[in-house]
Ligand binder design. Sequence first.
Ligand SMILES: [Zn+2]
Length: 351
Amino acid sequence: MGRVITLAVTIVLAVVVIIGAAGAGIASLLFGGTAGTGGLCAATVTAPNATPAGLTAEQTSNAAAIVAVGARMRVPVRGWVIAVATARQESGLISLSSGDRDSVGLFQQRPSQGWGTPAQLLDPDYAATRFYEALLRVPDWQTLPLTEAAQAVQGSAYPDAYADDEQPATAIVTAYTGGTLPGCDPVAVSASGWVRPVPGPVVSGFRTSSRPGHDGIDIGAPRHTLIRAASAGVVVTVLCNVAGRSYTPTGGTLPCDVDGNPQIGGCGWYVQIRHPGQPTGDVVTRYCHMVRQPAVTVGQTVTAGQPIGLVGSSGNSSGPHLHFEVHSGYPATEANAIEPAGFLRYRGVSI
Ligand SMILES: [Zn+2]
């Protein structure tokens, strides 16, 4: 994959988001957990009396209860976001005494389905506990898109309804964790705030003699390997780019939801992140060929190492890998593409 259609870049020009010090404290956090054990890397509630923007006192009380239970159960912070998003969608963060059929409480859990008695389910602490218990039993819940993780717990008739709640839920949880959303995975962040986006060997280099138009590196990794934001920044592009056309996410099936091949052009499902304030100015990173719609949205602030999607083979690709680009300016263009492996090594990331 060489370059993305210019139209894609034009669209993102309209997005200007300034981030502050988000992620500045991440460099000191080295998480000791291992994949699959989750609970070892739980975040802490640093501002239990926070008042997230836009919430009433009642909603705030319930949100605080959800994150407090998550912290107590040592659920990784991604689970807190999923829980808050689910409660926001199901009940508006109000402990409702009734709902569809026999649904009750913050998460609209049903006594007839074994969640507890109506009285128990009206208790936010109890309801959140039962939600997290169910979430932790979902295989790979930390790497699923929020909609799929929530659906696996809730069995909702409208799983895509949760998608709108991810960003507000992230903002709410962030209010309780000191202004940043800690990464919660065993990923080493370098002192300058960079991580390796996926593990795996570099199987194709930057602008090699045999591929002079290859503006990035290819990192070989199995399908569904977690792709992480290489550093803190703001998502500026989420598109399906294939065969000369770009499509914005719709929640429905797009041409990037299947494997591509070397005969068609395009980055497939891809994300670009703008990293303002690097010593030499803005940097943009690009992540191509994801297996399905990325887990982030345009305008979203991400931390170093935050999961953004899963390895796939969409677009111009002969097999699962991450095509990773680094650009020394915004917007990303062919002219400002630079060699990614050396860029990362210079910032303390072994690759
Ligand atoms: Zn490539």
